[in-house]
Write a protein that binds this ligand. Structure first.
Ligand code: NAP
Length: 249
């Protein structure tokens, strides 16, 4: 009788989730990547995938039970707190092991001019008057900046926001290299950047560019989530799965 493969639920959201799905698919595992379903034409991972919310903690518990999930990997964005909290609650309720793949935070370097704050709302209070502000935040996080401002706002994102972004200049583009980001910041005469400390390489170009151009950054910190077993790399995540099921990579 064939032995069934362990079922892995990989909550996607960061680029590294695709790399991890690819690595895990070489192993005797059933790998299901879950996508939030926010983008119209998402990149699809290797292995199985599903899309859309589970319906809160209860919905997730139901899914885990129905699909006989043996192991959960949370590889959502560092600021996707809701999904991370739900995954933790569902893992605790079901006893299914959970690890989180999380990029290490960016560390302030010599030459960085950061003002660190805890929330988007705190950042919005610090917007300087009559300056050009680059909101490097993504479309879901603009709301706190829209009212009562007297500066010029430019936001860059991959897809158009669903909400009204009255008066904000929206630029549809992806993050670039340090050189590309320097050109972007200069072309748009940016005075100050608002960013979240997402960590990782894909969006670090703007931070390095700000340092080289001497521009200030309002940096929104990441709230720590205790009780989570965190790994920082794709290899470490794959290793943890191998150890859990006594597989060799
Ligand atoms: P969030 O606030 O943590 O999640 C809101 C809800 O979206 C969750 O409660 C869940 O719905 C659903 N959801 C989120 N990730 C999911 C996944 N991988 N699979 C299935 N359902 C998921 O997250 P968010 O900030 O709205 O971000 C949405 C997605 O975009 C996340 O996967 C995140 O990794 C990715 N992303 C976010 C950012 C960001 O800046 N926040 C940046 C890049 C990518 P239910 O409660 O119904 O299960």
């Amino acid at each position: 009788m064939p032995v069934s493969k362990p079922n892995i639920l990989l909550l996607g959201g960061i680029t590294e989730a695709y790399e991890l799905a690819e690595q895990l698919c070489h192993l005797p595992l059933r790998v299901i990547t879950s996508l939030a379903g926010r983008t119209q034409t998402p990149r699809l991972p290797q292995g199985e995938w599903r899309s859309g919310g589970f319906g809160g903690v209860d919905g997730l518990i139901h899914y885990l039970t129905h699909e006989k999930i043996d192991f959960i990997i949370d590889a959502t964005h560092p600021f996707a707190f809701e999904m991370t909290k739900n995954a933790l609650a569902a893992a605790q309720a079901t006893g299914i092991p959970l690890i989180r793949l999380e990029r290490p935070l960016w560390q302030k370097q010599v030459g960085d001019n950061w003002t660190e704050v805890e929330t988007l709302e705190d950042a919005a209070k610090l917007l300087p008057k009559e300056k050009i502000v680059f909101l490097a935040l993504g479309r879901q996080h603009l709301a706190p900046f829209l009212n009562g401002r007297n500066c010029q706002l430019i936001a860059r994102m991959i897809e158009k926001p669903e909400m009204e972004t009255d008066g904000v200049q929206i630029i549809l583009a992806k993050p670039g290299t340090t050189e590309e980001e320097k050109a972007f910041l200069k072309d748009h005469h940016i005075d100050i950047i608002v960013a979240r400390n997402s960590g990782g390489k894909p969006s670090y170009g703007k931070i390095a560019a700000a340092r080289e151009l001497g521009l200030p950054v309002i940096m929104i910190s990441r709230a720590p989530l205790p009780q989570l077993q965190i790994v920082e790399t794709v290899d470490a995540a794959a290793n943890a799965v191998c150890q859990a099921f006594r597989l060799s990579e």
